[in-house]
Design a protein around this ligand. Sequence first.
Ligand SMILES: Cc1cc2nc3c(=O)[nH]c(=O)nc-3n(C[C@H](O)[C@H](O)[C@H](O)COP(=O)(O)OP(=O)(O)OC[C@H]3O[C@@H](n4cnc5c(N)ncnc54)[C@H](O)[C@@H]3O)c2cc1C
Length: 444
Amino acid sequence: MVVVGGGFGGLQAVRSLRRAPVDVTLVDRRNFHLFQPLLYQVATGALSPAEIATPLRVVLKRQKNVRVVLGEVRDFDLDHRRLVLDALANGDDGLVIPYETLIVAGGSRYSYFGHDEWRPFALEIKSLESALAVRRRIFTAFEAAEIEQDRKRREAWLTFVVVGGGPTGVEMAGQIAELARDTLSRDFHSVDPRRARILLVEASERLLPAFSPRLSTRAAHTLQELGVTVLLDTSVVDLDEESVVSKGPGGRSTHVPTRTIVWAAGVVAGELSGALAAASGAALDRTGRVAVGPELTVEGHPEVIALGDMVSAHDTAGNEVPLPGLASTAMQQGRYAARSVRRRARGKSSEPFQFVDKGNLATIGRAHAVAEIKGIQTSGMLAWLIWLSVHIFYLIGLQNRLLVLTRWAFSFVTRGRGARLITGESAAPATAGTATVSGSESNS
Ligand SMILES: Cc1cc2nc3c(=O)[nH]c(=O)nc-3n(C[C@H](O)[C@H](O)[C@H](O)COP(=O)(O)OP(=O)(O)OC[C@H]3O[C@@H](n4cnc5c(N)ncnc54)[C@H](O)[C@@H]3O)c2cc1C
């Protein structure tokens, strides 16, 4: 059988098949499993990329029934039960892999609400590369402010706009605020990083819509205490390299000069969802997720299971079963898919997938988080400790768990961040002029 995607859902399915009498081929276009919930810590210099990503071959090295193939799935030929792969490591395209049973867990991506032209200016945090690009932009902004002579331009460098008030937006805004207030506060000569403005823009009336209104309010208060300006009922209507235009309550339009925009809004299914729908005739919903039935199979193809962020689940009556787009959903579905495969191998049919709500967690900053687990709501230090334990528990690999725990303990005590590197291409903007560096902050 073949599993596409070594993310939360796909990898869980593969690992749950370790004792099953099947040969598994795992296909992914990346050679590593990425722990996306901690990407924002890479983006803000708290963690290094390798601490949240583990090579798939390392994760699966003891699992004898698995073969890992590095390649990008381009097409599904469901009638002939085979996949077509591109971007192979040897430079070839068009490798065909046959299967008897197929599990597809291709994940999601960010949508720019029809404004793909915003993509280069408002960076998303979805892949390691994009997190590193955000990191580069944030740390470059402080460096640029340090040498900027013009007051208005310096303020723009020190203005950070995060779009989207879900967990990732909240986490990013909180981290940038702590970075400016704590980590960098004494590192610069001409500029005071504590004067940075951090704006969190959310189109709906509250942050963290998946949480109770009480915890949303709590999160907003904590962010405000950290120095974040929370703009609710506010939509971004335009942006470019140097500014964001938003429309707030009452339709009031605001123009904010900024050089750093982080995009954390509008998740839609990854492209594999569309390819699977095109091949099977299954429906796509408005966020591009392919419809699957109660056993997570694609209509007309009981041998094809799809799961995780790329699917919308339906019950036996054909009604959608709303499930959160979370790692825990994908992992439960991955385990369920493996169970279905084992049952089928024994000639048994599957029970419908039952989701178990494990709750919601979001961290806001050092010792601040909100948690809602089995109806119990908590915030502050206790929620933060729960958040910390859960993330360490689910992080793949003992080495990464120990490394991350050590880093967090060190950062907690020192308020430092060990991965504040500006790597990659030069981040200097095309519009940069010449300047003379002065010894103190100028008001010109
Ligand atoms: C910044 C961020 C923070 C998050 N924080 C949390 C959190 O705190 N808690 C939580 O529960 N969830 C969180 N999530 C959501 C969680 O990461 C997703 O719900 C989860 O990753 C979904 O699992 P999946 O298996 O469907 O997809 P993924 O884990 O995204 O895996 C998809 C895999 O498919 C591969 N793939 C995609 N297309 C192809 C192709 N064409 N060919 C080959 N391989 C392909 C990808 O390389 C990837 O390995 C966060 C997500 C993000 C982006």
